[in-house]
Structure formats: structure tokens, C-alpha cells
Design a protein around this ligand. Structure first.
Ligand code: PLP
Length: 510
């Protein structure tokens, strides 16, 4: 069993005391002063701050204690198994963090003269080439800051392509399977397209007949992840590509599930025209809490001219930023993307090499099928969609039979798992599986840790049969027990910051 630390730790704004100092910044050197002049005077008067910023005032030990306590009430991928399906939460080698933190990386500025940042430009250029090789695409753009951001860029590229051909007026439909992640339809809609949902067949793959019936001269493209969110590799991918291409549409690859096929097969070779890569899933960056991440896009030769600027180019001697791209869709993000995250990916790929990446894919599939095999034997869990077929990186169980019999739902299992020191798997996704538990063990957890996870689920299923009340009220061992989920997410009651909380409290108690 697990027991999380419980501190009644206030927010940092209510710690410390006015006038207390944690760090004193060095004063500006005379020669800098001389070269730059009066810094304050450089800020236009109407933009100057009228009151000092309301920052907490604390000593260094207070800051350290505060964050240490918070970290003790946290659970991360370095604490234990984190089988969050669709998210590839894996161990991130610390050497990559150390490299990204080197002053020669961390302290360079995007406005520096190109001649003074040749090293980082070389890293980014080479990373683009490696990702192009891994995905089977012609060119890669590193700018997007997340998978969903990459999807949005991809959808904008689909627009640019059809606009260039003079067909945007009629090509307004993006086709998306019903097993897709919610960001796919959201990205397509944000780029101005209509979303057409394609049902899955009994094997959990795209229903090819339904796809054939849905394509038309209105089709702008299809967004697909392969293997899909059920962990199933689309057997008919070549046929799917042919149907979409013959209709004049483009094929978009959601790369959230690239991990299990790394260096085995390439989306470009399957017929995809645009591919996004979730760097923070596949290439080793911690991505809990929403970021920072990176969602580079790879594209076919035909689409490369539409990519955002600047492009990093190499003339055999030096690297340069090229803004002169007449067909570019413009910029999608400031500068060149989340560079620290990209450096970690560079280090990750360099340290593993082709064979190492291939092993990542193999072990992630092996682990998923090991867990699947063990859990399949449990009473109350079923494996919808072709239960006999091995899966790729993840498996999606339904706990509907257990819920019908005991009242214990996927949510309750997820909560109770926390008491066992196991991060909960993804639940209620994909939407086509009722009471879904979506499990992705990844390659980085040992057999003993996988066994511990399986044992915890087995024990919870046993508890559900013998003492369901216990599971229904879990967790007990975490810093915070069960939250009121409606209040935590309702616009009237949720508080995204301390100031928002204070305002809501003041409004509620005038
Ligand atoms: C299948 C799939 N596609 C897209 C995304 C979006 O990626 P991001 O969270 O980096 O925006 C996710 C995120 O979990 C995902 O699982």
C-alpha cells in the first residue's frame, strides 16, 4: 500500500512576509549601463507599471520547503507505474534533462544573430531530418507546441493545399473515425472544416465501406491515428489511403501513438501526407500537467512549400533561417518551438539510435500484451473489439460487467488504484467503449512493476465483489480524497488560480 504525504500547505502568496528577500539580483555592470543607457527610459511611459508587481516575498528556505512539500503530495512518472492510455507516459532519462539545461542551450536567445547560434540551429536542423526519416516524410517543422497544435497546423496545411488548387470552396469535410481523440475534430473545426464521423467496424478499425460512402468531392482529408486508440493497427491502411487520395483528399496522421511502431513502419510509407509527432510522448519529455511539449509536423514534398517560416537551411557550411517562402501559411508559434523539449528529443534519439528506438517499440508492445493477457483473466472485465487479437501499445478494457454486478465503475477503479501507489489509467476514452479503462504500460516499466499494477487491479476487483463500499469511497491514502468533480470543473466553482479563488470566495461571502 501507498501513503502520500499530507501537508496543509497554503499557496505561496500567503506565505512569507513583506520585505523578506530570497535572492538579490546583481546590479548592472557599468559598461552594460553605458552601452544600453537608462533601461527604464526605454519603456514608453504609458506602458510603465504603476504599482509594483504583487509577488510573494519569501526567503530561499521557505521557497524550498514549499515546493518540497508540494512535490511530496505529487505522483509522477518517477514515482511508479503511470499507465495512462493514449498518453505514453514513460520514464525520461535524466541525461536529456541535463543536456537541455546546459547554459549553452538554455541561455541562447532567439533574437541572437544566426552566426552566434550555429550549434542550436544544427541540433534543430538534424532533429528535423531525423524525424523526417522516422516518419517517412520529406520535411519537418518543429514549431507546434503540442500534439493538438500540430493537428491545427496540419489542418491549416490541408486548407492551404486545397486553396492553392482552387478547391477550398468545395472541399469542406474532414473525415474522422469515431475512435479518434477529441483534439482531432476540434482542430479540424478550428481550421474551419466540417467534421464527418466515420464509424468503426466490429474489429475496432475504420469501417471501410462507411468511409467509401462518406468520401466525395467535398472531402478535404481524413485524420487518423495508427495504431488507433484501441491499440489496433489499421489493417486496411493502404486501401483507406487510396480511397481518400482518389477522392482528392489528404491523409493526416495523428502521431500520439507512434511509440509502438518506431523504426518498424513509417506513416509516410502508409500513404500519410501530414504527420504530427508528440515529442513529449514518444521522445522522452515529461508531460504531466499540460506541458511543455512539442508537436512537430512532417509533410510530403508537395506540401513542404506551405510550412510556417522560418525554415532552417544548411548550405554545406553554415545554418541560416529562411523566411523567403512565398507559399508559407505564416507563423504558428513564436520563434522555433519549445527548444528545450526539442533538445531532449535530439538527445533521446541520439542516445538510443535506430536499434534502440526499434527496441522501444518492441518492448512497449510486449508490455501492453503482457498486461492485457493477465487482466483478461479477471472476472468483470471484458476486452471489446477483437479480444483475441494482440494489440500494439495499449489495451482498452470495459468494466461494464463489474459495474452491473457490483456498482463499481471505471472511475471507482481509477480512484482506488491511487491507494495502491499506481497512477490511474485513462478512463471513459475512447468513447466507443463503455466504462473504458485504457492502459498503456510503455516500455519503461519492468515486469515487477507491471505485475504490481495487475495485482492492484485484481485486488480491487476482489474488493468490488466483497466490499464495494470501500472502492466506491476511495481513495484514502492520498493527500486529497475524492473531489466533487462537478464543482472542480464547473465555471461557477472552479478556480484556476489563487486570485480567481479569492474573487470567487469574496463574491460568495460578501
Ligand atoms: C490520440 C491523441 N491525439 C492527440 C492528442 C493531443 O496531444 P496533446 O495533448 O499533445 O495536445 C492526444 C493527447 O493525449 C492523443 O492521445
Amino acid at each position: 500500500m501507498y501513503r502520500q504525504a499530507q501537508w496543509s500547505e497554503p499557496v505561496i502568496f500567503s506565505l512569507g512576509k513583506a520585505g523578506r528577500v530570497g535572492h538579490i539580483l546583481p546590479s548592472v555592470e557599468e559598461d552594460v549601463k553605458k552601452a544600453v543607457g537608462d533601461l527604464y527610459g526605454l519603456i514608453p511611459e504609458k506602458m510603465r507599471r504603476e504599482n509594483p508587481l504583487r509577488l510573494p516575498e519569501l526567503s530561499e528556505p521557505e521557497v524550498v520547503r514549499h515546493f518540497m512539500r508540494l512535490s511530496e503530495m505529487n505522483y509522477g512518472v518517477d514515482s511508479g507505474i503511470y499507465p495512462l492510455g493514449s498518453c505514453t507516459m514513460k520514464y525520461n532519462p535524466k541525461i536529456n534533462e541535463a543536456l537541455a539545461n546546459m547554459p549553452t542551450i538554455g541561455l541562447v536567445h532567439p533574437y541572437q544573430d544566426e552566426r552566434t547560434v550555429q550549434g542550436i540551429l544544427e541540433i534543430l536542423y538534424k532533429l528535423e531530418r531525423w524525424l523526417a526519416e522516422i516518419t517517412g516524410t520529406a520535411e519537418v517543422c518543429l514549431q507546434p507546441a503540442a500534439g493538438a497544435h500540430g493537428e491545427f497546423l496540419g489542418a491549416c496545411l490541408i486548407r492551404a493545399y486545397h486553396k492553392h488548387k482552387g478547391e477550398l470552396g468545395k472541399r469542406q469535410d474532414i473525415l474522422i473515425p469515431d475512435s479518434a481523440h477529441g483534439t482531432n475534430p476540434a482542430s479540424a473545426a478550428m481550421a474551419g472544416f466540417n467534421v464527418v464521423v466515420i464509424p468503426s467496424n466490429d474489429n475496432g478499425c475504420v469501417n471501410v465501406e462507411a468511409l467509401r460512402a462518406a468520401v466525395s468531392d467535398k472531402t478535404a482529408g481524413l485524420m487518423l491515428t495508427n495504431p488507433n486508440t484501441l491499440g489496433i493497427f489499421e489493417q486496411n491502411i493502404e486501401e483507406i489511403a487510396k480511397i481518400v487520395h482518389n477522392a482528392g483528399g489528404l491523409l493526416y496522421y495523428d502521431g500520439a501513438n507512434l511509440n509502438p511502431i518506431l523504426c518498424k513502419v513509417r506513416p509516410g510509407d502508409m500513404g500519410f501526407d501530414i504527420v504530427h509527432i508528440n515529442i513529449h510522448k514518444t521522445f522522452g519529455t515529461p508531460h504531466g500537467g499540460g506541458g511543455p511539449g512539442a508537436g512537430p509536423i512532417g509533410v510530403s514534398e508537395e506540401l513542404a512549400k506551405f510550412l510556417p517560416v522560418p525554415r532552417i537551411v544548411f548550405d554545406g557550411k553554415s545554418y541560416r533561417l529562411d523566411y523567403d517562402r512565398p507559399h508559407t501559411i505564416g507563423k504558428i508559434r513564436g520563434f522555433y518551438g519549445n527548444v528545450a523539449v526539442l533538445v531532449k528529443a535530439y538527445a533521446y534519439i541520439l542516445s538510443l539510435g535506430f536499434d534502440g528506438l526499434k527496441e522501444v517499440a518492441e518492448v512497449s508492445v510486449l508490455n501492453a500484451n503482457y498486461v492485457l493477457h493477465k487482466l483478461k483473466a479477471l472476472d468483470g472485465l471484458t476486452l471489446p473489439y477483437n479480444s483475441e487479437k494482440p494489440k500494439k501499445h495499449e489495451c482498452v478494457f470495459s468494466v461494464k460487467p463489474l459495474k452491473n454486478k457490483t456498482g463499481v465503475s471505471a472511475l471507482n477503479i481509477a480512484k482506488r488504484l491511487l491507494d495502491y501507489g499506481v497512477h490511474a489509467p485513462t478512463i471513459y476514452f475512447p468513447l466507443i467503449v463503455e466504462e473504458a479503462l485504457m492502459i498503456e504500460p510503455t516500455e519503461t516499466f519492468e515486469k515487477e512493476e507491471l505485475d504490481r499494477f495487475v495485482e492492484a487491479i485484481r485486488e480491487i476487483c476482489r474488493e468490488a465483489q466483497t466490499n464495494p463500499e470501500k472502492v466506491l469511497k476511495a481513495p484514502y491514502n492520498t493527500a486529497i480524497s475524492r473531489l466533487d468533480e462537478a464543482k472542480a470543473s464547473h465555471p461557477k466553482t472552479m478556480a484556476l488560480s489563487w486570485r480567481m479563488y479569492q474573487k470567487k470566495q469574496a463574491a460568495a461571502n460578501p
